[in-house]
Structure formats: C-alpha cells, structure tokens
Design a protein around this ligand. Sequence first.
Ligand code: SF4
Ligand code: FES
Length: 248
Amino acid sequence: MKLTLKIWRQKNAQDKGGIVDYPIDGIEPDMSFLEMLDVLNEQLINKGEEPVAFDHDCREGICGMCSLFINGEAHGPDRGVTTCQLHMRMFKDGDTIFIEPFRAKAFPVIKDLVVDRSSFDRIQHAGGFISVNTSGNTIDANTIPINKDDADKSFDAAACIGCGACVATCKNSSAMLFVGAKVSQFALLPQGKVEATDRVLNMVHQMDLEGFGNCTNTGACEVECPKGISLENIARMNREYLSASLKG
Ligand code: SF4
Ligand code: FES
C-alpha cells in the first residue's frame, strides 16, 4: 500500500506544532498501525531525520499506552480495539491518514504524538484502591459470596485500561467514563464498601482539579472506548456521588 501520512509534529510542550506530510510505500495490510509507524521511523532515522515520537508498550491492547487520534477518531476507524490492535487493512491503497495526539487540556502534549496522562494517575491515587489487611489474617476473596450480576459488572468496569480515548473523543474532554469505571469496579463489590464514600468524593474532586470537562451525555466516549465500558458506569458514579454527598 502507498499512503500519505499527515502527522502532528511538535518538538516540545512549548512548541506550536503543526502537520507534516510523509509519503510512505510498501505497507502491508497485515501490519499493525504501530508497525507502519515503525517503518516510517526507520526510514526517517536512515535519512538522519528525527523519528516521530509516539506512546506504546504492550502492543496487545492491555496497557493503555498507545493513544493516537487517527482520521478524527480515537484509536482509529475500527471498533473495540486500541491503536496497537488496529491493522492497516482498515485503510485503502492511496489513502491519506491524519495522525494526531489525544487532545485535552488535562492531557498536554509532551512531544509529537505523546501526551502527559498523569492526570489519570492522580485520579487513581485519590481513591482507586481498597485497603486490605495483609497481617496474615487476610480473608481469601473467593470465600466472600458476591452476586453474579454484580461480579460481572465489576469485572466489565475493571476492563478499563486508562487509555484516555473517552476524554479525547468527548467534546467536553470529560473523564466521566474513566472515573465511572474506576468507581464502579469497587462500588459493586463488598471489598469496596468500606472506603466508598471517600473514594467517589475524592476521585471526582481530583477529576475536577485536573481540568476535565463535564459530561453532557453525548455518548461518544462509549462508542470510542476500546474496552466497551458502558455509560451505565457514569450513572452509577453519579448515584454514588449523590449518596456520598448526602452522608458528608
Ligand atoms: S473508559 Fe474506555 S476509553 Fe476511557 S480510559 Fe477506560 S478503556 Fe480507555
Ligand atoms: S500499546 Fe498497550 S494497549 Fe496499545
């Protein structure tokens, strides 16, 4: 395949940045999108040019590091996949592909296609955990009976990999789907009940401090989420927040 890549290049956080054109040839339909960028970078390095900086780690849809906005869609045109799982067969020979970083005030660009998503880490630190007694008397989790529906819903929420596609695709740059998933994962389980009140108040407070926008129920986040996280989690977080606020 022969393609024209239009890639966002930005030297550092202060640089204004802009789109640069890169014609590329010899791309196989079975290559992943990141392998295609590897080919481009090899060519740039061989020419003595600066390679394009982009984030990646596992390259199998687990870590949530890869984060590209491709032709106006977070993680590109396929559904239920991350950028590292996207294949070039989704594009046609001769296509022009725009590749940009995830854009949100709370995700500032560090370089080229790499953004700083440490705001998500700070939200997690604010409440995305449970305290467990590890003194030797820990009760095995499997001995605590949990309703099957709740266990399944908690597991579904826990599938969130913190990629940030929900924020990038939301017109308000809202992080409600991410935070809703992280709150729901524990709210549905007995282990999460002890810190439930503090958790939702602290995580939502941190989310607001980081500069994420509000949810206006457009649902774009659910459509673009590679892990199928449901809007139901936002509704659950809102219920948890209301009940915690009344207690507080
Ligand atoms: S909710 Fe979905 S889109 Fe948002 S961070 Fe989690 S996995 Fe990524
Ligand atoms: S590189 Fe880990 S999810 Fe894409």
